[in-house]
Ligand binder design. Structure first.
Ligand SMILES: Nc1ncnc2c1ncn2[C@@H]1O[C@H](COP(=O)(O)OP(=O)(O)OP(=O)(O)O)[C@@H](O)[C@H]1O
Length: 321
């Protein structure tokens, strides 16, 4: 569905040159749900804008939905849906009219456009606002209308640039439910950008991590966590038991390299698949006659992945969780 080679965008303003996207090679197969994750300014939107034919690349090539975006950008736009960061709806139109017009623009007969618009109004929680002019909507309502507009033509390939930014959790959950339903119904391929770590982790089947214009990792979220981060199990003991516990676990080759002491009453074990390892750990301790006062698992997150790959935290860079 998408194939790029060396996709590059350099912005030049006066003497300043910004290498926004530096030679991105990415393939997306039909039906995939892929999230581009990265901090502000990483180059996510610029990549999406090139893939949607809105921005000409400085170098490199991209085929999207069978069309060369460099030579035929207008053709690409006919085959995709794109929900950008800005508001797409006109200010003075009414919500329902705006959606139906969008459908008509794509050649959908009026009755069908009306049916789809009504369906989207319900699932985007815009009920009761059908006759309101767009300029009177709140920011969150406008965002949901933008998304509804992007879904009117049931595109086989849908690009969403930070679709849920600024939405409350309820609207975010509804939006995802709708997107996943449409995906199942129409076999849509979906590419989105986000800096919500949990969203990328939970919803995307594949996460492409972008930093400073380059792809630094590309895999299923669980694979990224296994390869680039670890779970941490914290075991607390009565201080007298820590030495025994450490020896007991240290005798097991699986756990020995993972153990570190924290304070005088806790052991930290840094390892993969912590939840699966915990029963064996407790069994070992029990066999040595030691019983922890508590055991907690901090599971690896995509933020840990980003931290391990870049030395920086995505959360610290103003990207909300
Ligand atoms: N039209 C432009 N002119 C000059 N620089 C630009 C332009 N558009 C983007 N940039 C720069 O390119 C870099 C990448 O920006 P881009 O918007 O692609 O990042 P992003 O990962 O989408 O960030 P965000 O999450 O904040 O949207 C940034 O340094 C940005 O300032």
């Amino acid at each position: 569905m998408i194939h790029t080679e060396g996709l590059t965008k350099t912005f030049t303003r006066g003497k300043e040159t910004v290498e926004a996207v530096k030679g991105v090679d990415v393939d997306v197969a039909e039906g995939e749900l892929v999230a581009f994750l990265g901090p502000n300014g990483a180059g996510k939107s610029t990549t999406l804008r090139m893939l949607t034919g809105l921005l000409a690349p400085t170098a490199g090539s991209a085929r999207v939905a069978g069309v060369d975006v460099v030579t035929r950008p207008a053709h690409v736009r006919q085959r995709i849906g794109y929900i950008g960061q800005g508001n797409g709806a006109g200010h003075s139109y009414r919500v329902l009219d705006e959606l139906v017009t969008q459908g008509r623009f794509y050649g959908i007969p009026t009755a069908e456009a009306l049916r789809r618009a009504t369906d989207l109004i319900a699932s985007m929680q815009l009920d009761g606002l059908e006759k309101r002019t767009v300029s009177t909507l709140s920011g969150g309502q406008r965002r949901r209308l933008d998304v509804a507009m992007g879904l009117m033509n049931h595109p086989p390939l849908l690009f969403l640039d930070e679709p849920t930014t600024g939405m409350d959790p309820q609207s975010r959950a509804n939006l995802w439910e709708h997107i996943l339903r449409m995906r199942a119904e129409f076999g849509m391929t979906i590419v989105l950008t986000t800096h919500y770590l949990e969203e990328a982790d939970r919803m995307a089947e594949r996460v492409v991590v972008i930093d400073h214009g380059s792809i630094i990792a590309d895999a299923r979220p669980e694979v990224l966590r296994l390869e680039h981060a670890a779970d941490v199990i914290t075991l607390r003991f009565a201080p007298d038991d820590v030495g025994t516990a450490r020896s007991a676990l240290g005798a097991d080759l699986r756990f020995a390299p993972a153990i570190a002491q924290s304070g005088d009453d806790a052991l930290l074990l840094t390892l993969d698949r912590g939840a699966e390892a915990l029963p064996d750990i407790l069994y070992r301790l029990d066999a040595a006659g030691v019983r922890p006062a508590s055991a907690t698992i901090a599971e690896a997150t995509l933020d840990d992945v980003f931290l391990n790959l870049t030395g920086r935290s995505l959360r610290e860079e103003g990207a909300a969780a």
